[in-house]
Design a binder for this molecule. Structure first.
Ligand SMILES: Nc1ncnc2c1ncn2[C@@H]1O[C@H](COP(=O)(O)OP(=O)(O)OP(=O)(O)O)[C@@H](O)[C@H]1O
Ligand SMILES: [Mg+2]
Length: 525
């Protein structure tokens, strides 16, 4: 079709001169063939568009759909399209659940925003302090993967465009559209989409605001309900391994162990073991067991499930709670010795060492009565075997990537079956404060790494049984102006007192031993 020459004849411009005095007919004749092709293409397209507008306005819905399908085929036939498009819808299934693939793509694309992207949207995510940016509708993102280019757009099918007989208006259906050249089809199906999903999920997990879940709300109603559910709050504990006071080598070993666990998905799969690991933290009160759990969660970026065993009705409920936990989490049972058939003994034991025996007996009686009442109400029938099943039964493998942590002040009271390797794989003792641990605390609390009083403290701390919690309390400045030296002196006084008390106790002990020796000799003679 000689479009240009026909037009020039019709317009009668073939003989006219342009402003430079040159013959415009010559210019028309010199037009390259691509321009001619474009002109012809645009005229065909214009015809198609016009026809389509007529169809949209006057045809019934079903006929329109039918024609639309064939029109697309016709266009593909005339202008073969080398691109493939894949749509990932936001809501899927009959119940219209939010698609996990859509969420993963959303996270993935949020890291691929180019500087010249014009239409963006900001959303407050889980982490309420931060906005997350993403592309808005019809903005395009170009991504590169293994030297191939991919284009993503967020589009929508307008709900109102689809006439619905329902009373409720149909909502818009948003979807991400991936467009690529057909030569990359295998790359997309075999690796690119997997790559997008994997990266997207990881980004989502890392960005989420971590949660602390608990089943023991202190509310009796939760216990009598048909099934106990986890309740949650945001996990915001600031503890980390840098601020934990303990032997540096031991600390390094624990950190390495945790990081190795996190990276060992394939290893666990290869050896045929569920991807979970048990930690037993034991030691006197105030030596940092709970603090270490928080530091573990912060290091690994895991959620925490604080399981109150005494609030669990029976083994079935325990299993339900386990199934409801997610991966990338730490399941904690604190004071395990008090949780299982030993409820409350720890409290009584602590009080026994008190001097005022009468008061202790009275308190003991009250506590026992209270516990009896509580037991009657709660009737927790979790057994040891139920707990063992919880740790390493078949159900414990669902989800994967979980730590189970028990803490106790009395490791000797625990059933050996509960803490054998394979259940509690790593036993960590947290003990009284050493000089090395003190240095970490002085750095944390006073921001000093050396001082002339350190030598004295080093000597005293060797003999005194002082917990990191007590050292921390002494080091904590009591007013805003208090000098570090004051805190150190306060600690020295406490250490000296402990030393004196230990000396008195040991002389008493010696005397008692002598007396019992004498009485034995007397009874023999
Ligand atoms: N090893 C430690 N490093 C740093 N801080 C510590 C350490 N141990 C204790 N603390 C401090 O003492 C406080 C009490 O510690 P934590 O609750 O972790 O002790 P615990 O071993 O869990 O005690 P309990 O057996 O009574 O539950 C914490 O607030 C923490 O700041
Ligand atoms: Mg604790």
């Amino acid at each position: 079709m000689d479009f240009t020459s026909t037009r020039s004849k019709k317009n009668g411009t073939s003989n006219s001169n342009d402003s430079d005095g040159r013959d415009s007919r010559a210019i028309v004749r010199r037009r390259p063939p691509t321009i001619e092709l474009l002109a012809s293409t645009s005229s065909t397209l214009a015809t198609i568009m016009f026809t389509w507008t007529i169809i949209r306005q006057y045809c019934p819905h079903d006929l329109r759909q039918y024609l639309h399908r064939y029109l697309n085929k016709f266009i593909d036939y005339i202008y073969p399209n080398p691109y493939v498009r894949i749509a990932i819808y936001e809501f899927v299934g009959e119940r219209l659940n939010r698609s996990k693939a859509f969420a993963a793509v959303e996270s993935y694309l949020s890291t691929k925003l180019s500087d010249d992207a014009k239409r963006l949207k900001a959303e407050v995510g889980d982490n309420k302090n931060n906005f997350s940016l993403n592309i808005d509708e019809y903005e395009r993102i170009t991504d590169e993967y293994e030297n191939a280019e991919f284009w993503w757009t967020l589009s929508k099918i307008s709900g109102s465009a689809k006439k619905s007989t329902s009373l409720y208006p149909e909502p818009d259906r948003r979807y991400y559209q991936l467009k690529f050249h057909k030569k990359h089809r295998n790359l997309v199906t075999e690796s690119y989409l997997k790559h997008v999903l994997k990266e997207g999920r990881e980004i989502k997990v890392n960005r989420r605001q971590r949660k602390l879940y608990t089943n023991g709300t202190g509310n009796r109603l939760t216990i009598h309900r048909q099934s106990t559910m986890w309740s949650e709050v945001y996990f915001e504990h600031p503890a980390n391994f840098d601020t934990i006071a303990m032997d540096p080598e031991k600390k390094h070993e624990i950190v390495e162990d945790l990081l190795t666990f996190r990276e060992s998905k394939d290893y666990y799969a290869r050896i045929g073991k569920a991807w979970k690991r048990g930690y037993l933290l034991y030691g006197p009160p105030g030596t940092g067991k709970s603090t270490m759990i928080a530091a573990m969660a912060n290091l690994l970026n895991y959620d925490v499930y604080d399981l109150e065993l005494t609030a669990v009705k029976d083994n079935t409920e325990l299993r339900k709670l386990l199934i409801e936990t997610t991966s990338k989490s730490i399941i904690v049972i604190e004071d395990i010795d008090c949780s299982l058939e030993l409820t409350g003994q720890r409290k009584i034991k602590k009080e026994e060492s008190s001097k005022d025996e009468e008061k202790v007996k009275e308190k003991e009686k009250l506590i026992k009565e209270h516990l009896k009442k509580e037991e009657e109400e709660v009737k927790s029938r979790v057994t040891l075997s139920g707990l063992l099943n919880f740790i390493d039964g078949i159900w414990s493998a669902c989800g994967g990537e979980r730590l189970i942590v028990f803490t106790t002040n009395h490791v000797e009271k625990l059933d050996p079956a509960l803490i054998r390797s394979g259940r509690m794989d790593k036993h960590i003792e947290l003990s009284y404060c050493t000089f090395e641990a003190f240095k970490v605390l002085s750095k944390n609390y006073l921001n000093i790494e050396t001082h002339e009083l350190f030598e004295e403290i080093q000597e005293l701390i060797k003999e005194a049984k002082i917990t990191p919690a007590d050292v921390a309390e002494n080091l904590m400045p009591k007013s805003r102006q208090e000098a570090a030296e004051n805190s150190l002196r306060r600690l020295i006084r406490s250490l000296e007192e402990l030393k004196r008390a230990a000396e008195i106790e040991s002389t008493k002990e010696e005397k008692r031993a002598e007396k019992s020796k004498e009485s034995k000799i007397n009874s023999c003679s």
